[in-house]
Design a protein around this ligand. Sequence first.
Ligand code: GLN
Length: 246
Amino acid sequence: MYSICICHLYPDLLNMYGDRGNVIALQKRCLWRGIDIVLYDIALYQLFNPDECDILFIGGGQDFEQEIIMSDYMEKSTDIKSYIETDGTVLAICGGYQMLGNYYKTGDGKTIELPGLINIETVGTKNRLIGNLVFEWENDVTGQTHRMVGFENHSGLTYLGEGVQPLGKVLKGFGNNGQDGLEGARYKNVFCSYAHGSLLPKNPQLADYIIACAMKRKYPDAPDLIELDNQYEMQANQSMIKRILG
Ligand code: GLN
């Protein structure tokens, strides 16, 4: 039997706007396919073992929570880096996304040095970027594009450096910085987005893409994922998009 281990980093501190729903979506979509799930909540000072992880999830948090976890996170970052560089799968949302980068300059002028697990930089502003977010994501395996929906609320503006691709293109909302029309980031098997809400329950194609990445790394000979009936997920996706785009 196939088994996937999801590690949820700082679930009690980084869990805005129901980010944990992403973990539940991954868990359910694996179980519905007969793929067993082991779920580890990794709190402050608990061990992250990259050898036991197949999907690492990091949710969003305000600057305050980000500061609380910083010294523990910096200690864990060497292991997270080796996990990422060996094609480990990561989903990081908003504050969790920002923390993977090189640094975060807060709105009040403080520079927080970060481990640079992916080549991005974030600069805080006084204005918050708040609202519903719709972006287009292209599945590079099928070549199909999908409209993804979520909700964003951040003051950090994120800029992608060399080697990092955007996750998608903004159709409505701000995305990474409200200027370049890009949303989120992709580096190796790391997926980052500003979309809370939660992202994966309403965007099942991305959920399955992430599960497929983890499966391919752990079980290279496993068959492709079985298709699931996504009618309820797509109804949620479509009705939100209709409401937002009109
Ligand atoms: N603290 C970050 C910001 O405001 C992240 C917020 C969040 O995760 N929603 O930019």
